[in-house]
Design a protein around this ligand. Structure first.
Ligand SMILES: C[S@@+](CC[C@H](N)C(=O)[O-])C[C@H]1O[C@@H](n2cnc3c(N)ncnc32)[C@H](O)[C@@H]1O
Length: 105
């Protein structure tokens, strides 16, 4: 098992993530190199505000689009592979169709 990441640690210049173990990351199965959702979440939180548009020109399994949707951002995602775009669409739909109890900030 991967070592758990401390949730109370103040972020420094090196951000650490458990890769590929969480359910939300398992959704990307079929893509060989997806980002962990948590990494994308930290970047979207750091660099954007609610309603902003996040553009990922090589979106692969759609982690950026998925997390942007979850966090109340808009997104544009492109990828050279139709197969990966299809994985991305399914992941975004899972989030978009889920009842919105609250928006992650
Ligand atoms: C490291 S993966 C991105 C993974 C993505 N962040 C995720 O979480 O799934 C890089 C992606 O770039 C795509 N790619 C490579 N060349 C490209 C190009 N010329 N235009 C668009 N996408 C490209 C690949 O198909 C691959 O999905």
């Amino acid at each position: 098992m991967a070592k758990p990441v401390k949730d109370k640690k103040i972020k420094g210049n090196i951000w650490e993530y458990v890769v590929g173990k969480k359910q939300e990351d398992q959704e990307a199965k079929g893509h060989p190199a997806p980002f962990p959702c948590e990494l994308v979440r930290d970047h979207i939180k750091s660099w954007t505000n609610q309603g902003d548009i996040v553009f990922d020109p090589m979106c692969g399994s759609g982690t950026v689009a998925r997390v942007a949707t979850e966090m109340g951002r808009q997104y544009i995602g492109t990828d050279i592979s139709h197969e990966y775009c299809e994985i991305a669409r399914k992941r975004v739909k899972l989030i978009a169709d889920a009842p919105a109890l609250f928006i992650v900030e």
